[in-house]
Design a protein around this ligand. Sequence first.
Ligand code: HEM
Length: 307
Amino acid sequence: MAFFNPFRPSYVQDPYPALARLRADDPVFRSRELDGWVLTRHADCAYVLREQALFGNDPTTASGGMRAHVEDARAKSPLGSAPTLGAADPPIHPRLRGLIGRAFTPRMVEDERAVAAEVAGTLLDEVPAGQPFEFMSHLAEPLPVIVISDLLGLDDDERGPVRAWAQALVRVIAGGELPPDAYREGEAAKAALLDFLRSYTERHAGDTSKKVISILVEAEAQGDRLSLDELLLFTVFLYTAGSGPTAYMLGNALAALLAHPAALEAVRTDRSLLRSALEESLRWDSATQVLLRFAHEDCEVGGRKIT
Ligand code: HEM
């Protein structure tokens, strides 16, 4: 019988040997601890991600312990059960995506590229020349946070508080064992962020800067708009979903290059290789190790019955 425990420190350190063993022994594995199925074959994962009518994102459609856990966390959370982009199925997901998509045009993303390059340059200028420096705290972690703050349209003095409110809220959304203060702090953060978004909206009425908060406030599709709660939730998730994976991806990419000196040398010599090196690093050692999907009905994956 296959053995799989993703909570072991050795797994967290290097998950790939355990994943390779599981793929060989039991590629569609029923985990009692996780109360779910663990898929480790590319073809099975691709199938589940493609078959959106059979497998959804909304954890409240899960069976067993997962559903109870999510419902409990949402009942306690100051954000209640407002849906997020990443945890919603149709018709909620296409509605949110349609409205939020207004703010993320190819032009806007292209413009942000110049901001990201400038921020990276400024952060590197602050590092003492010729000295070793801590890559994560000096570059990889601050870079996406500053770029996302710019993208949202926040002034310098607004960035710290908005990020702190987002972090306080994410802590309680995640649920689990938390000190009682965490919920009080989450409630206070929600109230402060709602106040901020209301006053931001008033101050920036008619704003032509084309930054995300202003666009989302105005965004309308078929007479429908984002509510203030939905705008708040998206702001929170943009900060957290956007900054963590990007920072970890940068760290993993650098670690992979340092572990493969010939690849590092090739990229140093020919900068046109940089883009494909970064693309490849997303596959090589991903910052996101798990994707969750919930089966809407009994079905078969990789020759096993999923119930
Ligand atoms: C290399 C960097 C990144 C990686 C590897 C990554 C990966 C992911 C993955 C795997 C998901 C879950 C998708 C699913 O379940 O189907 C996700 C969700 C999401 N990502 Fe990223 N992402 C990255 C960068 C960003 C950036 C830069 C932003 C924003 C500017 C962003 C915003 C989001 C949002 C808003 C969600 C949905 C979260 C929710 O509502 O639950 N991500 N990302």
